[in-house]
Design a protein around this ligand. Structure first.
Ligand SMILES: Nc1ncnc2c1ncn2[C@@H]1O[C@H](COP(=O)(O)OP(=O)(O)OP(=O)(O)O)[C@@H](O)[C@H]1O
Ligand SMILES: [Mg+2]
Length: 494
């Protein structure tokens, strides 16, 4: 069989469990859908992790004659070392007070002894008054090494299939399955191999396809089709230049030359001036797929605890990489303090920072922020984002360019318009308002006998709108003051 390239798995649950047992943690909560992987890992720890094997037992409602409370009593009384796994743990498994009492008994009497009780459940429900006794552990999705094991196992069960993948293709296959649970990976591999005589490049497509389907089903990441290119942005020359300069960073040549793929770019500034537009243009300029993180689904606990959802989203984007991860209004989402539980938000923010700093996958974060003064300093420190751009209200020259973009987009004859005059008449307008002036102008022209758009129609629309910069003058001043010393201007001076 072709040697598979394996990188060390990012986080090893076996080692983590071993460490917890060795440090004599009495009760550990594992939130996971992967009961079977949890059980296998615990069993391996019990059998292999220490100089002599320790006892491993399992309680579940269907496999045990004893009630959970009696089982816990027995666990406390047993003199020897051991690991007990309680499956499907939830507070309805007995009268809640009695269960809490039993868990406290376990906590107090096994503290300092070599016994650990593991509770596994897909739902995180540790009551406030039990958080001191129960340690909550993340059970990482399988890393490349484990995925390789799963793949080899599945391949063995198809002895007639000839593996024709070269090392590079094998590497891609394993990467494609990252972000899936063990069971999902197994099913995807089986689907790839069934009815086949040889495993080749074409079969890989099935894994990518399945993966995309699973990512879509969970809905943590939303694929955003790229509608705009750099040419669709009026002005913002500095930002465009920066993006253009990095458009070749993802090729083999750049890799050989030692160029580093950017980790991320943060765009901040006045509303409606093109931050979201630029994010889409980055995707087109760099030829990378764009995925937006749905933060509501993360906090809504789409597939478990918010932290788990966030981690899963990160794993998914890494496995799709190279790709762009779009974080909108980062001050409210990942770095936000508005979501209900402050502890949860702080933990998500902290894992985001660590990931930004440490990850080596070709994932570029494109983040936007409106209320920049609310962004924590840690996020802005060097090494996190490659650049922080401030997107200001467009200058006169830029307004003319934005008019040009929008008139051209609607296939209008530019010679019929005086862009300089239009720009002069729209001081304080943002890009969105300029676009709106063209759109409203078209409505007036249509109403007036379905005729072609004229300069006057746009003037009429301009006259009827009050730009945001008038109503929000103070806020905009504040934003500018903040950005002056902390960000690079997206527009070129003059
Ligand atoms: N510089 C620009 N060039 C061309 N069009 C622009 C520009 N800025 C804004 N627009 C137009 O306005 C629309 C809204 O802009 P966009 O959504 O990118 O603003 P934003 O900065 O993300 O605003 P918000 O902070 O409210 O999210 C764009 O889809 C585009 O049509
Ligand atoms: Mg936006």
């Amino acid at each position: 069989m072709v040697e598979l390239q394996v990188k060390a798995s990012r986080k090893n649950s076996f080692e983590e469990i071993k460490r917890l047992v060795a440090s004599k943690y009495p009760i550990v909560w594992i939130e996971s859908w992967e009961e079977e992987r949890v059980e296998t890992t615990l069993k391996r720890v019990a059998e292999k992790a220490f100089t002599s094997p320790i006892q491993f037992s399992v309680w579940s409602e269907t496999s045990s004659d004893q009630s959970l409370v009696d089982c816990l009593k027995g666990f406390v009384q047993k003199p020897e070392q051991g690991i007990l796994l309680v499956k499907d743990f939830n507070w309805q498994l007995g009268p809640e007070q009695l269960l809490k009492r039993s868990l406290r008994d376990v906590f107090h009497s096994t503290k300092g002894s070599f016994k650990t009780l593991f509770l596994v459940s897909p739902y995180p429900r540790i009551p406030e008054d039990m958080t001191k006794e129960i340690f909550s552990m993340d059970f990482a999705l399988p890393g490349e090494e484990e995925i390789q094991g799963i793949f080899s196992g599945v391949l063995k069960s198809f002895p007639k299939v000839k593996n024709q993948l070269n090392p590079e293709q094998s590497g891609r296959l394993l990467k494609a399955a990252l972000g899936l649970t063990g069971d999902e990976a197994k099913l995807v591999f089986q689907q790839m191999l069934v009815g086949r005589q040889e495993l080749n490049e074409e079969a890989l497509g099935i894994v990518f396809h399945e993966k995309a389907r699973i990512v879509k089903r969970e809905g943590l990441l939303e694929f955003v089709p790229t509608k705009f290119k750099l040419e669709d942005i009026g002005g913002l020359e500095n930002l465009k230049e920066w993006l253009q300069d990095r458009s070749h960073f993802f090729g083999e040549d750049a890799k050989k030359a030692g160029l580093q793929i950017p980790k991320g770019v943060l765009m901040t500034g006045v509303s409606g001036c093109g931050k979201s537009l630029c994010t889409q243009a980055i995707s087109a300029a760099w030829g990378l797929p764009l995925y937006r993180l749905d933060i509501n689904r993360v906090y809504g606990g789409a597939i478990g605890q918010p932290e788990e959802c966030f981690r899963r989203a990160i794993q998914q984007i890494e496995s799709i990489a190279p790709a762009i991860l779009w974080l909108e209004e980062i001050e409210k989402s990942v770095a936000g303090y508005e979501q209900g539980d402050k502890g949860v938000t702080a933990r998500i923010f902290s894992s985001f920072l660590t990931w930004m700093q440490e990850h080596e996958s070709p994932v570029v974060v494109a983040a936007t922020a409106n209320e920049i003064d609310r962004l924590p300093a840690e996020l802005l420190r060097k090494g996190r984002f490659d650049e922080i751009f401030f997107v200001d209200l467009p200058t006169e020259k830029e307004r003319a360019q934005i008019f040009e973009v929008h008139l051209k987009r609607r296939s209008l004859d530019l010679s019929q318009f005086n862009l300089v005059e239009l720009a002069k008449g729209t001081q304080g307008f943002n890009g969105a308002e300029i676009e709106q002036a063209v759109v409203s102008g078209l409505v007036y022209a249509f109403k007036d006998g379905k005729r072609a758009l004229k300069q006057e129609d746009i003037y009429k629309a301009i006259g009827r709108s009050v730009p945001l910069s008038t109503t929000m003058a103070e806020t905009i001043k504040e934003i500018k003051r903040w950005a002056d010393t902390r960000a690079v201007k997206a527009s070129k001076a003059g």
